[in-house]
Design a binder for this molecule. Structure first.
Ligand code: SF4
Ligand code: SF4
Length: 237
């Protein structure tokens, strides 16, 4: 697989499935055969993922990205051997970090839900082509990632304002919104990836979607109470 296809999701999934280390090998920077230069993308993804790993308590040394040409077999074997040795010294995943498998899986699961949010927030940085001499360790800092993740908002549909226009339901990229014609819509918080699209697309005259930060999201309206009663009809009844 081209290193340009490397994604946070793949790396985190490998750790969630118990990999002790992840090694990403790509073509030399600046020597990609295609205009996409996907190896810069892989580098950015790996650097960002290392800080995310730190955030959840995993040693970032369990992830390494290296670049080499197809003719550098010896270099490749040296790098892989070196990485294998480093991972062996770290021990099984979570052991040197004092994290048990269940806790680790749950932390990775929570972060994985935020991948779209992280990628949107960091899209400009992720598009950069880092120079060979740059201090890669400082491209993404732990403080920056801690702040980004602490600011991740949830979204809630105010049942008193929702007019069942279905715009948010149609635009949600992960089908996290339940609703339908004549039904007040609700967000399934377990499916929501916090992209903020529903907030953007809810017509301003309804303004039914609310951003929630630093407080619990109110519980969803029970399924039996979601029929929308329009104001005029309410009076007529
Ligand atoms: S923020 Fe809104 S649009 Fe985005 S995933 Fe969550 S419910 Fe769907
Ligand atoms: S876009 Fe707004 S008003 Fe329309 S269904 Fe969604 S939350 Fe309700």
């Amino acid at each position: 697989m081209c290193s340009g296809r490397v994604d946070l999701e793949f790396i985190l999934r490998a750790f969630a499935n118990g990999a002790d280390g992840v090694f990403i090998g790509g073509c030399r920077l600046g020597e990609c055969n295609y205009i996409t230069h996907g190896n810069y993308h892989a580098l950015n993804m790996a650097l960002l993922c290392q800080r995310i790993m730190e955030h959840i308590g995993l040693n970032p040394a369990r992830l390494r990205v290296e670049f080499m040409s197809a003719g550098e077999g010896i270099l490749y074997s040296e790098l892989v051997n070196d990485f294998s040795k480093a991972v062996r010294e770290l021990g099984p995943l979570g052991s040197s970090e004092n994290l048990d498998r269940g806790e680790l899986k749950s932390r990775i699961g929570e972060i994985s839900k935020l991948i779209p949010y992280i990628k949107i927030a960091k899209r400009e940085k992720l598009a950069r082509r880092l120079g060979k001499g740059e201090d890669y360790e400082q491209v993404y800092t732990l403080a920056e990632i801690d702040q980004l993740l602490s600011e991740a908002s949830s979204y809630y549909i105010d049942p008193a304002k929702c007019q069942a226009c279905m715009t948010c339901l149609r635009r949600c990229p992960v089908e996290a919104i339940e609703g339908g014609k004549g039904l007040i819509h609700v967000i399934d918080q377990d499916k929501c990836i916090r992209c903020g699209t529903c907030l953007e697309v809810c017509p301003p005259r309804f303004a039914a979607v609310r951003q929630v930060s630093g407080e619990p999201v109110p519980p969803p309206l029970p399924a039996g109470q979601r029929t929308l009663v329009r104001k005029g009809k309410e009076k007529a009844e």
